[in-house]
Design a protein around this ligand. Structure first.
Ligand code: NAG
Ligand code: NAG
Ligand code: NAG
Ligand code: NAG
Ligand code: NAG
Ligand code: NAG
Length: 473
C-alpha cells in the first residue's frame, strides 16, 4: 500500500513539475558586490601571472631564419578598471565586460642565427584591452547548476614593445616583427583563457554535492528543481530542499506548495524556506522511528512532585496503588502522526500529536501495560535574527489529554492534563532561556552574513541578508 502511494505521489510530482521548497535569490546589489570582490581578486591574480614561453622563427632576407624565444614573461603592473556585470535575460545568465584594461610585462629574449647567440630583456605594455563575455546558467543531468560560455569577444587597443640588449639591427627587426603580430596573439589568447576559467568553474559546480547527510538519521537533498530564472534585477534558483530518512527514504504524504520570496533589492541575498522543508525533516525523523522515547523515574528531576511509581500515581489513577503496589513505572512516549509545522505571518506553529503508554515494571523486569493516553499539543514560536544570532521564543498554546485504553480502571485525564501543562510550562522556561541566548548563524571561512533579517510569512520563512567576504586568502 505505502509503496504504491509513494510511487503515485512521485508520478504526480513529476508530471506537475516540482515546486522548489528553497529559493535563493541574488539581487543586483549582490551581483555588484560579487563583481567588486572578484575584480580585486582578479587584479591580484593578474599581477602574479607568468606567461608561457613564446618561441618562433623570424625570416630575415639573406641571413635566413632567426630562432627566438621569449621567456620568463611576467606581469609587472596591471590596471584593471572596474568591469560591468549585469543579469542577462536573453541567455539566462550574466554579461560581463571590461574595457580599458592595461598590463605591463617584462621578460627575456634570446635569439640565434647560425652560430651567433644573442639575448636581452623586453618590456611590453598592452593597453586598451576590451573583453566582453556572456555566460549562460542552466541545469545539468544531475540537476546541478551549470555555467557555460555563450560568447566572448576581445580586442587589444595597442601594444608598446621595448627591447633591450643585442645588436641593434636585430632588435629593430624583432620589434617590427612583434608589433604587428603580438596584439593579435594576445587577443587570440584572451577568450580561450576566459572560456577555460568558465570551464573550471563548471567543473567545481559539477563536483559540488547537492545532498548532505545532516546526521545519522536524515539527509538533505538540494538539487535544482528547474532552470535558473534570470530577469533584469535578479537571479532565482529553485532548490528541492527536502529531507529524507537515510534508512527509509520515502516521499512524505504532502508536497511543497509554490511561494514567492518578496523582493528586497536593498539586500544582496534572499533565501526562502518553505514549511515543507521542515515538515519533510519531521517526516524523515518520524519514518526513521526516531520520534519515540522511553522515560523512567531516574530521568525525572529530583524535585519533581510526581514520581514514576505506582503509589505516586495514585491521585491520577486511583486503582493503581492497590493493583500494583510499590512498583516503578516506565512511559513509552511517541509521535502518533508526523508532527507538522505551519508558518503564518509572524509565527511558527507546531502541531504535535503524541501518545503515552504507561507500564509497571515487575520485580522480574516484565513490563505490564497499565493505560494509554493520547496527548495533543500545539506550540507556537516566534523567531528573529538579532546581532547575528538566530533567536526565538516558544509557548505551549494548547494541550489535550484523552484516554485511549486502561487496564487499571479510572484515569483522571483532567488532572494529568494539569500536571503535564505545569511540567511543559516549566520546560518552556528552560527552552526560552536557551532560545533567548540565540544560535550563531552559520558562518563560512570566507564569508559571513551581515544585516540579516528574518520574516515569517504564510507558508515560508524569508531571510534577507548582505554578505561580507573576509579577506583571508
Ligand atoms: C560529496 O559526498 C560524498 C559522499 O557523501 C563525499 O564522499 C564527498 O567528499 C563529498 N564531496 C564534497 C566536495 O563535499
Ligand atoms: C535540465 O536540463 C536538461 C537538459 O540538459 C533538460 O532536458 C531538463 O528538462 C532540465 N531539467 C529541469 C528540471 O529543468
Ligand atoms: C532508566 O533508563 C536508563 C536509560 O535507558 C537506564 O540506564 C536506567 O537503568 C533506567 N532506570 C530504571 C530504574 O529502569
Ligand atoms: C514513589 O515516589 C514517592 C514520591 O512521589 C516516593 O516517596 C516513594 O519512595 C516512591 N516509591 C518507590 C517504590 O520508589
Ligand atoms: C514476572 O512477574 C509477573 C508478575 O509477578 C508474572 O505475571 C510474569 O509471568 C513474570 N514473568 C516472567 C518471565 O517470569
Ligand atoms: C485545544 O484543542 C482542543 C482539541 O483539539 C480544542 O477543542 C480547543 O478548542 C483547543 N483550545 C485552544 C485554546 O486552542
Amino acid at each position: 500500500m505505502l509503496p504504491a502511494v509513494t510511487v503515485g505521489l512521485m508520478l504526480v510530482s513529476l508530471t506537475c513539475g516540482e515546486n522548489p521548497a528553497v529559493q535563493v535569490v541574488l539581487t543586483n546589489k549582490g551581483l555588484q558586490y560579487g563583481k567588486h570582490v572578484g575584480t580585486g581578486w582578479i587584479q591580484e591574480k593578474l599581477e602574479s601571472v607568468t606567461l608561457p614561453d613564446i618561441s618562433g622563427k623570424l625570416r630575415i632576407g639573406i641571413i635566413g631564419n632567426i630562432d627566438y624565444t621569449l621567456s620568463g614573461i611576467s606581469v609587472t603592473k596591471c590596471d584593471l578598471p572596474e568591469p560591468s556585470v549585469e543579469f542577462y535575460q536573453s541567455t539566462t545568465g550574466f554579461k560581463t565586460s571590461v574595457s580599458g584594461l592595461s598590463v605591463a610585462l617584462t621578460g627575456e629574449w634570446r635569439a640565434h642565427y647560425g652560430i651567433i647567440h644573442t639575448s636581452g630583456t623586453v618590456s611590453l605594455a598592452i593597453f586598451n584591452v576590451d573583453v566582453t563575455s556572456v555566460v549562460k546558467l542552466g541545469n545539468d543531468t544531475n540537476r546541478h547548476l551549470s555555467v557555460s560560455s555563450v560568447s566572448c569577444n576581445a580586442a587589444v587597443g595597442g601594444v608598446d614593445i621595448q627591447v633591450h640588449g643585442g645588436p641593434s639591427w636585430i632588435v629593430k627587426k624583432v620589434v617590427a616583427h612583434f608589433k604587428g603580430k603580438i596584439a593579435g596573439d594576445i587577443r587570440d589568447r584572451i577568450c580561450p583563457n576566459v572560456e577555460e576559467s568558465i570551464a573550471v568553474l563548471e567543473q567545481h559546480l559539477q563536483a559540488m554535492n547537492v545532498s548532505f547527510d545532516v546526521n545519522q538519521v536524515v539527509t538533505l537533498d538540494l538539487p535544482l528543481t528547474g532552470l535558473p530564472i534570470v530577469d533584469a534585477s535578479s537571479l532565482n534558483l529553485g532548490l528541492k530542499g527536502e529531507f529524507y530518512s537515510i534508512k527509509s527514504p520515502t516521499e512524505p504524504p504532502f508536497q511543497a506548495k509554490p511561494f514567492t520570496v518578496p523582493e528586497q533589492p536593498g539586500r544582496m541575498l534572499s533565501v526562502g524556506l518553505s514549511e515543507f522543508t521542515l515538515n519533510s525533516a519531521s517526516y524523515g525523523y518520524y519514518s526513521a522511528g526516531a520520534l519515540q522515547a522511553v522515560i523512567n523515574d531516574s530521568m525525572l528531576p529530583k524535585f519533581s512532585p510526581v514520581h514514576l511509581n505506582t503509589s505516586s500515581m495514585g491521585p491520577y489513577v486511583p486503582g493503581l496503588p492497590k493493583m500494583f503496589p510499590g512498583l516503578l513505572m516506565s512511559l513509552q512516549v511517541y509521535a502518533r502522526e508526523v508532527p507538522l509545522f505551519s508558518f503564518l505571518p509572524g509565527a511558527v506553529y507546531l502541531d504535535l500529536r503524541g501518545a503515552v503508554k504507561a507500564f509497571a515494571i515487575q520485580p522480574n523486569g516484565t513490563q505490564t501495560p497499565l493505560f494509554k493516553l493520547n496527548v495533543d499539543s500545539l506550540f507556537s514560536s516566534k523567531v528573529w535574527i538579532a546581532d547575528g544570532q538566530l533567536k526565538g521564543s516558544m509557548a505551549l498554546n494548547n494541550l489535550t489529554v484523552t484516554l485511549v485504553s486502561s487496564e487499571v480502571g479510572t484515569v483522571k485525564t483532567d488532572a494529568i492534563q494539569n500536571i503535564l501543562w505545569k511540567a511543559s510550562s516549566f520546560a518552556m522556561i528552560q527552552v526560552n532561556r536557551i532560545l533567548a541566548k540565540g544560535v550563531t548563524l552559520p558562518r563560512m571561512k570566507q564569508a559571513e552574513l551581515v544585516n540579516t533579517v528574518l520574516e515569517v510569512d504564510k507558508g515560508f520563512i524569508a531571510v534577507f541578508s548582505d554578505a561580507q567576504v573576509l579577506m583571508t586568502d
